[in-house]
Design a binder for this molecule. Sequence first.
Ligand SMILES: Cc1ncc(COP(=O)(O)O)c(C=O)c1O
Length: 446
Amino acid sequence: MLDNILLEENIDRITMPENLAIGLMVAEQHQKCSSIGCDFDYFGFAFGQSPFHVPPPLARALERAAVKSGYADAEGIFELRKAAAGFNARHFGLDPDPERIIIGPGTKGLLFLLFSILDGEIIIPVPSWIGYAPQANFLGKTYHPLLTSHDNGYKLTAEDLVSFLKKHDKKQYLLVLNNPNNPTGAVYSKDELSSIAAICRKNGIVVLSDEIYALTTFNFSAFTSMGIVYPEGTFVLSGLSKDRSAGGYRLGICYLPEADCRKIKMGFKKLAATVYTNVTTPVQWAAMAAYSENDEIEEYIAITRELHRIMGLTVSKEFTEIEGLQVTKPEGGFYFYIDFNSFKDNLKFCGVNNSNQLGKALISHPHHIATVTGDSLLLPPDNYGARIAFVDYNGQRAYEAYKNQRPSSSKEEIAFVKEFAPLMVEGAAAVSDFLAMVKEGKFKFS
Ligand SMILES: Cc1ncc(COP(=O)(O)O)c(C=O)c1O
């Protein structure tokens, strides 16, 4: 009788991704809590999903595209690549040549394909988004976490790269640069990118620039794509998941570097055709509505960007007021980062011995604060940091209220957040209460 099916060893090198793991943890905590008569809500700072509705032109286009049932080219349908190239040219000043664009199953899927076809070890600035390292582990690729510092706004610097290169062999490296950054909310300036690009150029480092949050940059005119400053060596990755709130559509785009563009594309097409043939054809046709010139889409992007700014700045300020916490001020994306290291001794006294346990302590009853900490951010165990996602509110309600009456002063913005995202404000107070207990030694982690 067959009672034990053997799995490939590399599946044990990865664990459940952060969002699902935390989802399960919250569900489990709910059960535990209800068993002691607790029906308290969770402070949902863990999930990085857009709170907004799909922009109506995109949703309507998907309905119309239902009949497009044929297989498509592995690199993506030409009309979409053309629209995406035009969109990138309009918003970021990138080359409008559709031959430089490939379509893939989300940024995550594109990264996996690129890690699979590109030679070289991976450099990951830390704290990092959870997605990169598990893919490297699964593929058996070596990666190097490079710890960044609060003093540099948790941004990788050219000096960090130079000192890394001094200690490592000369070979091709793949630098993953996430801008705007998940988890810190940092945005790299053009000068910062240029000095990183100079080192990359000199040392043949390939950049995978994950710009999935680019359009959410609060001061959008200050955003520069790495594809502009280092066109020969940068893959620019983005998609519909974040700024057009369509994570489940699984549509990502990649802008290929100038150097060896054709060769890379052939590698990509071979792998895509071998593994999944093409990204769902109706989704590709629908996506054209999101990338073509369209005032409704532009208005949607502008309003949601403003709402992210109002939420991000207001909620991060609430955290800044908690004495002893070091908090980043987000400049784009859905996140900011909090450093708990000044509480390390108190936390250890309470039995919280590493950054993974910090996440568990925060979510425990009666605190109920869901965050992402520790390994998920690639942090060393003794570095107590957490990512706060500021997207836990009813986006459509906030969107409509904002459209009817925009808050016009910082006082009105604070009132807006309190009205439309009360749980995030209360969540900051919950973190403050948690830390007060920790400082007084009244919290016991078990
Ligand atoms: C930095 C970063 N890159 C990529 C992704 C995944 O994007 P996609 O939905 O396009 O796969 C996420 C999603 O959370 C992210 O935060």
